[in-house]
Design a protein around this ligand. Structure first.
Ligand code: ATP
Ligand code: MG
Length: 558
């Protein structure tokens, strides 16, 4: 699959900014009001983050306001659990809405406006079933057929609509439709449904309403109620725009306008709430906030910062045509941010003992280590050192290839912040497995210096075996093994593209004592191993860390 990337000149305006600047200049609007309109039927994902950054970002840039409006017009799938999580995620991203609204708060107004459209002869109650309505809509090539109920009198329509509201009819037995044109070239204009009957309790209005407005009717009218000047949505809604404008024009209410931009797609990711819900419900992941999920709460738990997500959304720009963004760009945004901020520590993920034969048995030294080379104000810390350390098993090779600069017998290597050591041998068990590596150290090289200027090419990290804490480390890989998980072979679903190796747990990693007080969401760079964040499961007795990303992109090469 081709990955197209937007090339963006940072100083130029995106097309929505151009529109806004014109509107402000021409006096079409004095200040702008945008809105973010999630349906509370799932947790927010990274695509929503793009929409949030755009809507809130524009209002901020132009001194306007942004409302949060829950588009809760479908009682069947909505829940307050989702409302709460959405608010938490927006705040965490660093945005504060001006007003909090619910489309359901507008049900009475929307109902009154529907009655007004009926009185104007612009809406009617249809007794056709949903299947019949679909059949009679026609196709793009052929016009639809008028409903036999299309010419009911205003009085009859008002009577029937009132009785729909009073709950006299069964689900699906009637709808209210706008009376536009069954031969309209735009299928959405062929007498679209405005209301359907659903006898289901709503998370806010309870059993007050047995009828619920459709998105196309509720959305534009809600925008208009709130005086939204720029209603920004994703491209698939451009075909709905004529209908959005039609309702507003017929009612003569505040003229909100809709603008469409390309939705964010990321490779190796699915982004529909329905599919994310399925991953959760069928236990393919541990929950909405599983660190492999593309949800905002998943990224948070994984170790992403709000800044990294905002920078990513800014960096990818605002496109007019659909494209797919490379996941690596998201990871790079995190690396850039954590490189500046993250506390450095040494942690050995796959430990083997390193014994320093000529270091005094009972001595412990405290060495200076730099907390963050990118931030001098972060200062230094003390790291304990003794004759028994842990190093990464992969940092020793018995039969090293050329240009292997880490530990091998006879070769010198630098222990980060400590000494130059020379490997002298190994201990093995009866199965031939290495149980310890032996070396000698050069006391002249404390702090890692080489006073005689000799060249040491390799530097490895280590942890004092006599003074450390044990850590459980969770390593993640892409949740899907294919770039476009939604593209499937005949008879398969996106689930067949799941990567079965996306989670690896290392139960006994060795960390500097420094990590003993870590709290959930604390961020670190484990030297040479990546950026890590403390998991919610972590306690003082059992520390659990998530790898947010590796230090460099190791995926593109694969
Ligand atoms: P999904 O298709 O994932 O279920 P949705 O569009 O149904 O998402 P809503 O809650 O209706 O979810 O979306 C709220 C807002 O977020 C809408 O304005 C929508 O256009 C925007 N949005 C949703 N997905 C994306 C995306 N991938 N990129 C940019 N904006 C998005
Ligand atoms: Mg939606």
């Amino acid at each position: 699959m081709e990955v197209k990337e937007e090339i963006k000149d940072k100083t130029s305006l995106n097309f929505i900014e151009e529109i806004i600047e014109q509107d402000l200049k021409s006096g079409k609007c004095k200040s702008i009001i945008t809105r973010f309109p999630p349906e509370p039927n799932g947790y927010l994902h990274i695509g929503h983050a793009k929409s949030i950054c755009l809507n809130f970002g524009l209002a901020k840039k132009y001194g306007g306001r942004t409302n949060l409006r829950f588009d809760d017009t479908n009682p069947v799938k909505e829940d307050t659990e989702y409302v709460d999580s959405i608010k938490e995620d927006i705040k965490w991203l660093g945005f504060q809405w001006a007003e909090e609204h619910y489309a359901s708060d507008y049900f009475e107004q929307l109902y009154q406006w529907a009655c007004e459209l009926i009185r104007k002869g612009l809406a009617y109650v249809d007794d056709q079933s949903l299947e019949q309505i679909r059949e009679n809509r026609g196709t793009v090539q052929t016009p639809g057929k008028n409903s036999p109920y299309r010419d009911r009198s205003v009085e009859e329509n008002l009577d029937l609509f009132t009785r729909m509201r009073n709950g006299e009819f069964e689900d699906g037995s009637k709808t209210l439709r706008a009376k536009i044109d069954m031969a309209h070239p735009n299928m959405h204009m062929r007498d679209p449904i405005m209301y359907r009957i659903i006898h289901t309790s709503h998370h806010r209005t309870g059993n007050t309403w047995p009828i619920y407005p459709m998105y196309d009717y509720a959305h534009g009218e809600s925008d208009s109620i709130e005086n939204i000047t720029h209603s920004i949505c994703t491209l698939e809604f451009d075909i709905h725009r004529p209908l959005y404008d039609w309702f507003i024009a017929q009612l003569g209410i505040f003229p909100s306008h809709q603008y469409e931009f390309a939705r964010l797609n990321l490779n190796y990711t699915v982004m529909s709430k329905r599919k994310l819900l399925q991953l959760v419900k069928e236990n393919h992941v541990s929950g909405w906030d599983d660190p492999r999920m593309p949800t905002i709460c998943g990224f948070r738990r994984r170790g992403y910062t709000p800044e990294s997500i905002r920078n990513f959304c800014e960096d990818i720009g605002v496109a007019k045509r659909d494209n797919t963004i490379d996941y690596t760009r998201l990871e790079n945004a995190l690396r850039d941010d954590l490189n500046k901020k993250a506390q450095r520590v040494m942690v050995v993920l796959n430990p083997v003992k390193l014994i320093i034969d000529n270091y005094p048995e009972n001595e412990t030294d405290m060495l200076d280590a730099i907390n963050n080379p990118e931030d001098e104000s972060a200062g230094t810390r003390k790291v304990s050192f003794s004759n028994t350390l842990y190093i990464e098993r992969e940092d020793f090779m018995e039969n090293p290839p050329k240009k292997y600069f880490r530990m091998s017998i006879g070769q010198e290597v630098r222990l980060r912040y400590a000494y130059i050591v020379r490997c002298v041998g190994v201990d093995k068990n009866e199965n031939g497995e290495i149980t310890a590596v032996h070396c000698t150290y050069d006391p002249q090289t404390r702090g890692g210096n080489t006073p005689d200027g000799r060249k040491i090419k390799g530097t490895i990290h280590w942890v004092d075996a006599k003074n450390h804490c044990s850590v459980e480390v969770r390593l993640f890989d892409r949740l899907f093994k294919t770039e476009a998980p939604d593209k499937t072979e005949e008879g398969q679903t996106f689930l067949d593209n799941l990567n079965s190796d996306s989670l690896k747990i290392l139960h006994d990693c060795k960390a500097e004592k420094f990590l003993a007080d870590t709290k959930p969401l604390d961020k670190y760079q484990f030297e040479r191993m990546g950026y890590f964040s403390t998991d919610y499961d972590s306690t003082a007795e059992h520390i659990v860390m998530n790898r947010a990303c590796t230090l460099k992109d190791s995926w593109t090469k694969k």
